[in-house]
Design a protein around this ligand. Structure first.
Ligand code: ADP
Ligand code: MG
Length: 704
């Protein structure tokens, strides 16, 4: 598998001792016996029965058992391996393999007994199976008593290996009951029985119920998962209630009012409302934990700036963090422009800022001279000490993990006080989801766009229409406008992410080739036009230079990966072309599209796809063409993908739900919401044991 980056050297010696499948297990997070026990099958194969060959008809998927009569490699157009078997029904079956190894010859040596499973075809030579699954057996070997699980896996992790590892860890996995029986919904099996049933269902099980998740065994797992999530949210809320935060009360005539005075526009009603909600939180004695959501272009930055102004006016420092350097730099430029004239010193911190410049910035932060600190997550790294951090703002991130909150808390030099936390996102969480699910998150929503925006028109084309799109680019450039052309690439891809992509059944990992090829092709198709290239593998200084040239208009066209996904603001850009749009998530497409439509010119977003499109793919691109409303897109995303994947690995760093579905399992969720607070109050030990089992590997629960 091609790799975009190699991991740091630490732990390298330990790694060298692991086999490839063991490493693959680790990358998938399958480490503890419990992780393996909770890695559930995608589907099942029925190997519990053997069909006599004489009674196996074309079109049927069956398992048969017989003795090898003959086998040989043949050249019929293509080299292939052919074996013929016969069974007690006195009928013969031909097995045909186009890919084969020396081991095939061994297994299918004449006289061997084999079990094979596949679809019967009425071939030229009589009944045959192409590429059946097979295994050698001793005559009279018993049939498995249960269905055979088929697990989600990756190329480096062979299914039989995974089956063996999981089966052996099932017995060891600590699946004893930790919950008092009265909280478990009636009619559900014990956890151990549920897990064992899901891995090895009895032959008479309703496969439909199992695969639809309505089987009691599946329900038990969903219940467990929902309960763990709810408990951890409640615990984190309860724990936060014990913390103290700076009580920050806005002063009349203060900095925020001055800022309002210098802004070139007035706030929308929605912006005023969310500013009020945030300011009320800041005044309280508990640390704020609020998500500010608002569609792309809704104007969240100015809300953040006003919140910061209130905090700074009261003498506190404020940190603003963004996930990419490009976005952080934009915020920096904008905020400097807004607050420096008001006498506020702004410091810049990023991973690439080193040496003297970094030392100076650190000194400004530590002394308190810099009241506003803008940067990437470098802001909360080791070595950064704040004098008086009162408010941390995190842009374009759904959730700020427990780890990061811990790091943040350590930044506040004042004992016992925790900074307020404001998270901002343009990928809205549907309201019901937010209300029922995120028990530890307050949500403010900007549900109104600033006036005077022209809606973006979205077109969906097969990529065979590329020449037309290039024509359109020429016209736009001639009219003095600018163009983005985005190519997919798993940016800053680590092993784990590549594995996750494969795991999710997506195509082979995307390489840098795609974006550099596209850049070369476009530059050739547009002679005399400046075509820039931007991707995550470039040096930060080169990225910044290219971005600055695009911003100034010197480069009319920018070919980029998703590094420009969030927040980038170049109002003169009015055409966005997204290559391989079928490979992006809806939320991501919405973010990308939001890079245009920021100026007065009518903007167009072209979604290019590589045919053929799957049904789901069609549905998704159709959704994009039909609406530009981020909430509607989030709703459809939820419908098409299910919430397990919503805010999936790509967006939040970890998956929220693996088994349960918030809409489908609403009755279970209702039950969980009812019993969780009681459990926490009456049996805190059971509650924490339960959370530890489910989230222990991922979260530092209660230690935060
Ligand atoms: P987002 O919510 O996507 O982060 P921004 O904060 O980048 O949006 O705002 C998008 C653009 O709209 C910016 O150029 C910003 O200055 C402008 N803007 C924000 N609020 C208003 C408003 N009330 N009236 C007019 N323009 C506004
Ligand atoms: Mg923004």
């Amino acid at each position: 598998m091609p790799r975009m980056s190699s991991k740091p050297a630490d732990g390298a010696t330990e790694k060298a001792e692991l086999s490839a499948p063991q490493r693959a297990l680790q990358r998938l997070g399958l480490v503890r016996a419990i992780d393996l026990a909770l890695h559930l099958p995608l589907r099942y194969e029925d190997e519990t029965q053997v069909t006599p060959i004489a009674r196996a008809y074309p079109g049927e998927k069956v398992q048969v058992e017989g003795t090898v009569l003959e086998s040989r490699v043949e050249q019929r157009g293509r080299r292939q391996f052919i074996a013929k078997i016969v069974d007690e029904s006195d009928a013969e079956l031909v097995l045909r393999f186009l890919n084969f190894y020396p081991s095939h010859q061994k297994t299918f040596a004449p006289g061997q007994r084999v079990r094979v499973r596949g679809e019967i075809r009425g071939g030229f030579l009589g009944r045959e199976m192409v590429h059946p699954s097979f295994k050698a057996v001793v005559p009279g070997a018993p049939l498995p008593p249960s269905l055979t699980p088929v697990y989600p896996t990756t190329a480096q992790l062979p299914q039989p290996y995974l089956r063996k590892v999981i089966a052996s860890s099932l017995a060891r996995a600590p699946l004893q009951e930790v919950l008092p029986p009265q909280v478990i919904p009636e009619g559900l099996p014990s956890l151990r029985v549920a897990v064992e049933t899901l891995h090895h269902p009895p032959p008479d099980v309703s496969l439909h119920e199992l695969e639809a998740g309505s089987h009691p065994a599946a329900q038990r797992l969903k219940f467990e998962e929902l309960l763990a999530q709810q408990l951890s949210q409640l615990a984190s809320r309860a724990e936060r209630a014990l913390l103290r935060a700076p009580g920050i009360v806005p002063r009349s005539g203060g900095l925020h009012e001055k800022l309002l005075g210098v802004l070139p526009f007035g706030l929308t009603g929605a912006q005023r409302r969310v500013v009020d909600e945030i300011v009320a939180d800041l005044a309280g004695p508990r640390p704020m934990h609020r998500l500010l959501q608002g569609d792309v272009g809704a104007g969240k930055t100015v809300v953040a700036a006003l919140a910061a102004a209130v905090a700074m006016d009261a003498g506190w420092q404020c940190a603003l963090m963004a996930p990419t350097e490009i976005l952080a730099e934009q915020h920096f430029a904008k905020l400097v422009q807004w607050v420096q004239p008001l006498g506020i010193e702004v410091a810049w911190l990023s991973g690439s800022r080193k040496g003297k410049a970094r030392a100076k910035a650190l000194e400004q932060v530590a002394s308190g001279a810099a009241r506003l600190i803008v940067g990437t997550h470098a802001v909360i790294q080791e070595g950064v000490e704040f004098a008086r951090l009162g408010l941390a703002i995190v842009d374009e991130q759904h959730r700020f993990g427990v780890q990061q909150r811990l790091a943040l808390r350590r930044k506040l030099a004042i004992e016992g006080l925790e900074p307020h936390l404001l998270m901002m996102t343009a990928t809205p969480i549907p309201r019901t989801l937010a209300m029922t699910y995120f028990a530890d998150l307050d949500v403010s929503t900007i549900d109104e766009l600033p006036p005077g925006r022209t809606p973006i028109v979205t077109r969906v084309f097969a990529d065979t229409r590329r020449p037309d799109v290039v024509e359109r680019i020429r016209d736009d450039i001639a009219a003095g406008r600018q163009v983005y052309w985005v190519c997919p690439l798993i940016e800053e891809s680590e092993d784990a992410e590549n594995a996750a992509a494969e795991f999710a059944g997506r195509a082979e990992p995307l390489t840098l080739q795609n974006v550099t090829d596209t850049h070369a092709a476009l530059a050739a198709a547009l002679p005399g036009v400046g075509v820039g290239l931007l991707h995550g593998r470039m040096k930060p200084a080169d990225k910044a230079a290219t971005m600055a040239q695009f911003k100034s208009g010197a480069l009319p066209v920018l070919v980029a990966t998703t590094v420009i996904e969030v927040g980038v603001d170049v109002p003169n850009a009015s055409l966005m072309v997204i290559e391989h749009a079928e490979r992006f998530g809806l939320a991501q497409l919405h973010q990308l599209r939001g890079r245009v439509g920021r100026g007065s010119a009518a903007s167009v977003c072209v979604l290019l796809y590589a045919p053929p499109l799957s049904l789901v793919g069609k549905e998704r691109l159709k959704a994009m063409a039909e609406t530009t409303d981020g909430f509607e897109i989030a709703r459809r995303d939820l419908q098409i993908r299910g919430p397990g994947e919503f805010m999936g690995a790509r967006q939040s760093g970890d998956q929220l739900l693996r088994f349960a579905d918030l809409e489908e399992d609403a009755p279970l969720l209702a039950h969980v919401r009812q019993v969780a607070p009681e459990l926490l109050a009456r049996a805190p030990g059971a509650a924490s044991a339960h959370v530890e089992r489910w989230l222990g590997g991922k979260l530092e629960w209660m230690k935060a």
